[in-house]
Write a protein that binds this ligand. Sequence first.
Ligand SMILES: [Fe+2]
Length: 101
Amino acid sequence: MDAITLLKNDHRQVEKLFKEIEKGDGNREKLFKELKDELDVHAQIEEQLFYPAVRDAKQTHEIVLESFEEHKQVKMVLMDLEKADKNTEHWLAGRASGWKR
Ligand SMILES: [Fe+2]
């Protein structure tokens, strides 16, 4: 499996976890931990391997800069959501504004 396919598969896995959390089935705490772990590893792979490989190309330079900024925002939202009580409607509402743009 090539790196691009691996990263795309990660995206699908994360989307699946978002949907599971939104549906309300299963343990929200467990699903969120799984989601956060997936995103942490995924972001690390992109930031340490993928982005440096494409950052200097004229066609992708701006996208890479935006992606670093998006990762920074996602990490902040995840930290907030991790600290908050996941058993409230507010948590799900905060999640909605934080990870859906
Ligand atoms: Fe990604």
